[in-house]
Write a protein that binds this ligand. Structure first.
Ligand code: HEC
Length: 177
């Protein structure tokens, strides 16, 4: 009888042990995905953009569809993963020709932002986005995330597009228009 009780006790202990262990593993999995800045869920980013309650305009949807996948719905980017923030970015908010040039032709490092070395590459969007769409998305970026840059017009985009038509590679910081 005593033998039997000891056995069941061992079985119960083993069961508790297995449950606890697998519990840890499941939590471990979620934690590592959730905390890993390299793992970006574009849908989550779009939802985050919507939840941020920005004033929006037509550029908000374009941002959520394209830019948020890298720069995040919060505009904070993932600097540790070579994606600079747009929130507070001097280039995003400054002379519109620079961010227009970046979206048209792409941008590559090395750059330094907020003391962090960033050496990434952003692709060109000139063949995918119209002058109107680039104006809309940049107007959204320049008036969201605490930024305070003037709206961008399709005519401004058109002018930079024509002037830089021969460009085939992404800008470095020194080359920006
Ligand atoms: C695939 C990822 C990716 C996507 C999508 C993307 N970007 Fe970027 N973006 C980057 C990276 C990487 C850099 C920095 C490159 C470097 O190292 O210089 C950057 C830089 C920028 C900068 C310069 C910021 C600064 O302070 O230097 C602006 C502005 C910008 N992106 C706007 C946009 C907009 C607007 C969109 C959507 C139309 C967009 N990006 C989509 C990856 C991306």
């Amino acid at each position: 009888m005593q033998m039997l009780m000891t056995r069941s006790f061992v079985v119960v202990l083993a069961l508790v042990g297995i449950t606890t262990l697998s519990g840890c593993n499941v939590r471990g999995l979620f934690t590592s995905y959730g905390d890993d800045p390299a793992w970006v869920d574009p849908n989550a980013a779009a939802a985050e953009t919507a939840a941020a309650g920005e004033t929006g305009g037509p550029g908000k949807a374009i941002y959520g569809r394209i830019c948020a996948a890298c720069h995040l719905g919060s505009g904070k980017g993932v600097p540790g993963n070579n994606i600079p923030p747009l929130a507070g970015s001097a280039i995003a908010q400054g002379d519109a020709r620079k961010p227009i040039g970046i979206v048209l032709h792409g941008f590559r490092g090395p750059i330094e932002r907020n003391g962090v070395q960033i050496n990434g590459q952003m692709a060109a969007w000139k063949d995918q986005l119209s002058d109107q769409e680039i104006a809309d998305v940049l107007t959204f970026v320049r008036s969201s995330f605490g930024n305070a840059g003037a709206a961008v017009t399709p005519d401004e985009v058109k002018a930079v597009r024509e002037e830089t038509a021969s460009r085939t590679v992404p800008y470095t910081e020194a080359e920006l228009p």
